[in-house]
Write a protein that binds this ligand. Structure first.
Ligand SMILES: Cc1cc2nc3c(=O)[nH]c(=O)nc-3n(C[C@H](O)[C@H](O)[C@H](O)COP(=O)(O)OP(=O)(O)OC[C@H]3O[C@@H](n4cnc5c(N)ncnc54)[C@H](O)[C@@H]3O)c2cc1C
Length: 505
């Protein structure tokens, strides 16, 4: 096989929330950066509106990745330039204060999440990515109904803040924003870093970090064919200063382990799995218009976050109950349904390991929600069912296997409390993934230090959601970007002051 070689000061693996932000900061400081991305670069014009085609193009394993074990929990991840940000809903949340305090008290991360540095990073990012609250004119029928329910029931609902100030309400975040309003990394920090001189190698899957005498000196892997994803050549990229792994909480630990770095790598995997409830309304809801997610009800003390979920009708149809002719009839009134989801800040911890079969970045993920996690989700389903009726729904579909599929009166909701809910009873999905290369001051209890440098290995950093020592209970991309911004700025300062010293010395 052909071998392609290259060299840069900083080699960044992955172009999602973490990798693109690291590139934005380092290239912005005038440093030599090369981004290596397993997925393709997708032009907005070539991203299909059809969901199945769009997912096949932009999501890892055509969105079929799951945890292993008795209950396969689907894991949604982007695999294209921009990573998961190129398919996400653009929701922006700062790190909750209780989580920040816990990271400082229990993990010694005062330097990484110190108030001043983190606030500066948030403000920079919010300005550059045009963060703003979703205006009511873009809520659409789905979010409008959640707002009505929250108000009637005295719940702490609010408009969702997103990095999509110029949103036109196309409801196509998952397929790729057709108007480039959402400032995902593929249309914001990746091109910005490239304007500042960074280079980008796409369809290049990193398999391992190259080490010499305890120092990371580069990465190697395979170039893959855009259509078949089969390897067509090998490549090696050397790093003069550092390798930065930003391949996500699933792939980063796989690369680390395949490079011989173990310890807690791949342990402490955490997530925010969620499930959805659908309601039928007599009048049209018209989910084809509006922000994909425009309104939310955060319930921190219940470890739940409720959000509207305005997905394309192709993904709504399988959520409708029934079969044959009655189901077909429901399809004729698709416009009358609203859909909301509950994310759970689960307490369960799992593991990520390189797959014994599949090679490359294939991973085996083990994760089993605890009984308490399932009780919280049951609480969320009951609450969303009550909210649907409060907003005027005539039917509610709780989406619990083995339980009444259609509720027609709020009095039927109480029975949900007697369901002994198991993971296999729900259609859960997890897209917020954390913890597999956790940060901490104590090398025995963590993988990276407070500068996100791997303990005991020179020239190797992890800058993605793997470094979060706990899950958050809120949408993570903003905190990933902010934490990376802080650590990458420190790295840039070290590199530029070392160059200045060399030049003047
Ligand atoms: C459908 C969906 C909706 C979401 N909605 C929101 C939201 O609204 N708000 C929010 O805050 N969060 C949301 N999230 C989560 C958020 O997008 C992720 O938490 C975040 O993008 C993770 O950042 P990361 O840098 O850790 O990894 P990613 O963004 O996943 O980036 C990792 C990158 O590394 C690349 N890569 C992986 N392995 C290799 C390898 N071996 N070699 C080279 N490259 C590799 C991948 O292709 C990918 O581009 C959503 C996620 C999904 C899937």
């Amino acid at each position: 096989m052909r071998v392609v070689d290259d060299i840069a000061d900083f080699v960044i693996v992955g172009t999602g929330a973490g990798g693109a932000t690291a590139a934005r900061v380092l290239a912005g400081a005038g440093l030599d950066v090369l981004m290596v991305e397993e997925g393709p670069q997708l032009k907005t014009s070539e991203r299909p509106a059809q969901v199945a085609d769009a997912m096949a193009m932009a999501l890892r394993d055509f969105a079929t990745s799951t945890t292993s074990g008795s209950y396969p929990l689907p894991l949604l991840q982007g695999r294209c330039v921009g990573g998961a940000t190129a398919v996400n809903s653009g929701i922006i949340w700062r790190l909750p204060e209780d989580v920040r305090a816990q990271w400082i008290a229990e993990h010694g991360l005062d330097e990484l999440v110190g108030e001043r540095a983190l606030t500066d990073a948030y403000e920079h990012i919010e300005r550059e990515l045009e963060v703003t609250d979703t205006p009511p004119s873009l809520w659409g029928g789905n979010s409008e109904r959640m707002a009505v329910a929250a108000q009637k029931m005295g719940l702490p609902g609010k408009a969702i803040a997103r990095n999509a100030a110029r949103c036109k309400g196309s409801s196509r975040c998952l397929q790729g924003c057709p108007t480039e309003a959402r400032q995902s990394m593929d249309v914001s920090y990746v091109p910005r870093a490239m304007r500042d001189g960074a280079r980008l190698l796409t369809l290049a899957r990193v398999d391992r970090v190259l080490m010499e005498w305890g120092r990371a000196v580069g990465v190697e892997g395979v170039l893959v064919d855009r259509e078949t994803r089969r390897p067509v050549a090998r490549f090696r990229v050397m790093a003069r200063r550092a390798v930065i792994l930003s391949a996500s909480a699933i792939q980063t630990p796989v690369i680390l382990r395949r490079s011989g770095i173990r310890g807690l790598v791949g342990d402490r995997f955490q997530a925010h799995p969620g499930c959805a409830v659908v309601g039928r309304f007599d009048e049209p809801v018209t989910m084809s218009f509006g922000a994909t997610r425009g309104y939310e009800v955060p319930l921190r003390e219940r470890r739940l976050k409720l959000e509207t979920l305005t997905l394309p009708p192709e993904l709504l149809a399988p959520r409708l109950p029934g079969a044959g002719a009655p189901w077909q009839k429901r399809l004729t009134e698709l416009d009358h349904y609203a859909q909301w989801s509950a994310l759970c800040r689960m307490e369960a911890h799992g593991t990520v390991r390189p797959s014994l079969f599949g090679g490359g970045s294939a991973a085996t993920v083990r994760f089993n929600p605890t009984t308490a996690d399932m009780l919280r989700l049951r609480d969320g389903i009951q609450l969303m069912a009550r909210m649907m009726f409060a907003a005027g729904a005539t039917e509610v579909f709780p989406g619990i296997g083995g339980f009444t599929p259609v509720l027609r009166d709020p009095s039927e909701i109480d029975a949900i409390a007697s369901v002994s809910l198991r993971p296999q009873h729900l259609n859960m999905i997890a897209s917020h993934l954390f913890g597999t290369a956790c940060a901490g001051r104590d090398a025995r209890r963590s993988v990276v230090d407070e500068n996100l440098a791997v303990h005991g290995v020179a020239g190797l950093h992890v800058m993605d959601s793997s470094v979060f020592p706990t899950n958050l209970g809120v949408n993570p991309q903003h905190s990933i970007m902010a934490v990376v911004w802080v650590a990458a700025s420190r790295l840039a300062n070290q590199a530029t002051s070392a160059s200045t010293l060399r030049a003047t010395g």
